[in-house]
Design a protein around this ligand. Structure first.
Ligand SMILES: [Zn+2]
Length: 335
């Protein structure tokens, strides 16, 4: 009996001691965290695309460190983060991604983040996303006002698999991206609201000017159709009436069928297209073959998904790259 009591008492002390330790640890943790929020003035934000990286830097200024996980020149659609990058994301203050099905890896990241203290922002929030018309070749035939019009619409109806994630290429929607990032930064660091507001306002003015420049370019263009390596430019159709004839689907890995390639060839020939656009972050052998076949010159469009080393060396940003796109279109949409 005595033995039992001693054991019980011992157990009791162990439990009490354990509890004290635990609460001490907790207190230390809470103290540590409070200290961190007061002293740590620079936020770490992890982004997935060049446009998100650029906007976060622009609005956050010196108060934000931005790490972009997708390497230079890579294809963010099919990119997979390394284990080290996953840790980098989990240790950040915020994770800013495009969403809308753009980054194939994002669901896995969001799942791992559930228990972490990272704020996630889907930057395409509050944007009316266009539906994914995966039959990128057929849909453009619709604009020829042919007898097939009805067929195309019928076909469209069962192709609503998802949405087109490339909304940032429309400067008006890009402003909404900027607003979403601005709101996030103010939420995380309200003490710097004034600076963030000033930076955001400057970016807003630049984006509004860019929209006007885009409209001006389109108003003087001789044509409104263009062939491009992947279907990243659907938002220009909606906003400016420019029609992409895309070789690959919404993701560059969605390669066209032989029939689709033939259709693009025919379309390019019948429209007498003198130029064909390829992009900065992946090569398209099919695009080069089509250009060769229809006797078109190759021009570059930048989809802003990922920057190249050259972009970084030249200090390029969203605005300067979009101006480059406007210049390329000026050439490509005129005979
Ligand atoms: Zn894309």
């Amino acid at each position: 009996m005595k033995m039992k009591l001693t054991v019980l008492l011992l157990l009791f002390f162990i439990v009490i001691l354990g509890a004290c330790n635990a609460s001490n640890n907790e207190e230390e943790l809470i103290d540590g965290e409070t200290e961190n929020t007061i002293t740590e003035e620079v936020l770490t934000v992890v982004t997935t695309t060049f446009v998100l990286e650029d906007f976060t830097r622009k609005i956050g200024g010196e108060h934000v460190d931005v790490i972009n996980v997708v390497p230079l020149g890579a294809d963010a659609h099919s990119f997979e983060p390394t284990a080290r990058q996953m840790i980098e994301i989990m240790e950040a203050d915020a994770f800013v991604y495009n969403g809308a099905g753009f980054e194939g890896f994002v669901d896995a990241v969001l799942k791992s983040m559930e228990k972490e203290d990272v704020v996630a922002l889907q930057a395409s929030n509050n944007i009316p996303l266009r539906e994914d018309d995966d039959e990128h070749v057929d849909v453009h035939e619709e604009d020829e006002h042919s007898d097939e019009n009805l067929d195309v619409h019928e076909e469209d109806e069962h192709l609503h698999a998802g949405v087109d994630p490339h909304a940032w290429l429309d400067p008006v929607y890009a402003l909404q991206y900027a607003k979403n990032i601005y709101d996030l930064l103010v939420q995380l660091q309200p003490e710097f609201e004034e600076q963030f507001t000033e930076n955001y306002t400057n970016l807003k003015i630049e984006l509004e000017n860019l929209h006007v420049e885009f409209e001006e370019m389109v108003s003087t263009a001789e044509r409104n159709q263009f062939i491009v390596s992947h279907a990243g430019y659907g938002y220009w159709e909606q906003r400016y009436g420019l029609e992409q004839i895309a070789i690959s689907g919404l993701s560059p890995t969605n390669e066209p069928s032989q029939r689709q390639v033939e259709e693009i060839l025919e379309l390019g020939q019948s429209l007498n297209l003198t130029h064909l656009f390829v992009e900065q972050n992946f090569t398209s052998k099919i695009a080069e073959m089509i250009a060769d076949e229809i006797g078109a010159d190759i021009l570059y469009l930048h989809n802003l998904e990922a920057a190249t080393q050259e972009d970084i060396d030249n200090g390029e940003n969203y605005i300067s790259i979009m101006r480059g796109n406007i210049e390329a279109l000026k050439q490509g949409l005129n005979k």
